[in-house]
Ligand binder design. Structure first.
Ligand code: UGA
Length: 442
């Protein structure tokens, strides 16, 4: 099929490459000409394992090209809109400027029978409004909403082999009583491989599809904040939250995944999505239904503070002129994304308390430096740790999980480590002479 993908950020770039790899003829379109130039050369402007390879192979096959001209969408039968919906400045609501601009610019290039497919995470009610816009355009195009559940770090795999597909389609027929089967057929053709492989497909209306996405992220955020709340209780009772998570996680109704207590969640999705959901629920007069999300947010932010406090405590409450090595800047491993990163926040807060912060990360230093040039960055871990008065691990990169406490003991000035991700072997670090402090564990 001929497909256009409008918006080539984390989501769109991966989607365009994956669709071409699956055999479709794809044009990826973005207003940022620099980004397009990089993608066309198979150099994604962000770190995502496996993406350069897929971009290179899809481009070489002749099925993938990139453009900064929206008129290149003309002729595609399916148009994915994958632009960002960041938090609005001065409010918790989602900023729909880019979505609205993408639809406005796409409209003149649509033809009879085209399917526009929204992928961006939007407040419930947006798709119905955009469907009216398309209906009113007289182009004969239709709209579907097909939320995306990919995780950064696993984006290629999640796009090629999703764990479920959700199609939100319009209502047609007498009294608009039926879900539009033509849209479903088109999406089944786009995702033919996943559908043939038996991937569950949920066909539904626009509102449900929009809500599936935000409620999935709200649930994940709630699960993380739940275990972090247990960590807070563990801290005043001497219990160990990691063992608690293991024990409750054996119950398959609960499950162990997303029960890792630590410095909390960040990134370009979970934090802004729960806020946008709260804001939308308020608009709908149902703020109380998701009032708990404000608590989820508050618990999450408290954990960053807890990590900072543990570091300050281990410096005898005198951080001024003490050297603190911060291991990690990305919001999670295998990503260079520092949007709303708890790790970067901890580094900035410690700097603000007068500590001499030297921060390291395998991939995210350049992004962190752009936002916070006041920090000192060092790629090499041993150099970052040299003479440190305290070390704090805030992103659980594999290279950090595998650090050797014995070898590093003589590198630092004071052997204190705050494990903001509870990912180190506390016994091994203590046995090597370190003072080990985890979150919610003795
Ligand atoms: C999240 C969702 O997991 C995806 O399904 C969704 O498609 C995506 O948002 C999106 O809306 O685009 P992502 O932001 O890539 O994906 O990251 P996650 O793997 O969900 O991690 C989010 C944050 O939670 C990270 O900061 C991570 O360190 C933290 N986390 C995760 C914990 O603190 N504890 C855990 O047990 C798990």
């Amino acid at each position: 099929m001929k497909i256009s993908v409008i918006g080539c950020g984390y989501l769109g770039a991966v989607h365009a490459a994956a669709m071409a790899e699956l055999g479709h003829e794809v044009v990826g379109i973005d207003v940022d000409a620099k980004k397009i130039e990089l993608l066309a050369a198979a150099h994604p402007p962000f770190f995502e394992p496996g993406l350069p390879e897929v971009l290179a192979s899809a481009t070489a096959s002749g099925r993938l090209r990139f453009s900064s001209d929206i008129s290149d969408a003309r002729g595609s039968q399916v148009h994915f809109v994958a632009v960002g919906t960041p938090q609005t400045q001065g409010s918790y609501a989602a900023d729909l400027t880019f979505v609205d601009a993408a639809f406005e610019s796409l409209l003149p290039h649509l033809s009879e029978g085209d399917l526009v497919v929204g992928k961006s995470t939007v407040p419930v009610g947006t798709a119905a409004r955009l469907a009216e816009l398309i209906d009113g355009s007289g182009t004969g195009a239709r709209l579907a909403w097909n939320p995306e559940f990919l995780r950064e770090g696993f984006a290629v795999k999640d796009t090629m082999s999703p764990d479920r597909l959700v199609y939100g389609v319009g209502r047609v027929g007498a009294s608009a009583g039926h879900l539009d089967q033509r849209s479903v057929d088109v999406l089944n053709e786009v995702y033919a491989k996943a559908v043939d492989d038996g991937t569950p497909v949920v066909v539904t209306d626009y509102a449900t599809a929009e809500l599936v996405k935000v409620s999935a992220n709200a649930f994940l955020a709630t699960k993380i904040s739940f275990i972090n709340a247990m960590a807070e209780i563990a801290e005043v009772t001497g219990a160990d939250v990691t063992q608690l998570a293991d024990a409750i996680g054996y119950d398959s109704r609960i499950g162990r995944r997303f029960l890792n207590a630590g410095v909390g969640f960040g990134g370009g999705c979970l934090p802004k999505d729960i806020r946008a959901f709260s804001a939308r629920a308020d608009e709908l007069g149902r703020g109380e239904s998701v009032a708990f999300l404000k608590e989820v947010d508050a618990i999450n932010l408290r954990r960053r503070q807890r990590v900072v406090d543990l570091v300050i405590e281990s410096l005898d409450d005198e951080p001024y002129q003490k050297k603190v090595a911060v291991l990690g800047l990305a919001f999670k491993p295998d990503s260079d994304d520092v949007r709303d990163s708890p790790a970067l926040d901890v580094a900035v807060q410690l700097h603000g308390r007068g500590a001499f912060v030297v921060a390291s990360d395998p991939e995210a230093i350049e992004n962190a430096r752009r936002l916070n040039p006041q920090l000192t960055f060092e790629q090499d871990v041993s150099t970052a740790l040299a003479g440190a008065d305290a070390v704090v691990l805030v992103t659980e990169w594999k290279a950090y999980r595998e650090l050797d406490p014995v070898a590093l003991r003589s590198v630092v000035r004071t052997p204190v480590i705050v494990d903001g991700r509870n990912c180190l072997d506390a016994d091994a670090w203590r046995a090597a002479g370190w003072t080990y402090r985890g979150l919610g564990r003795p």
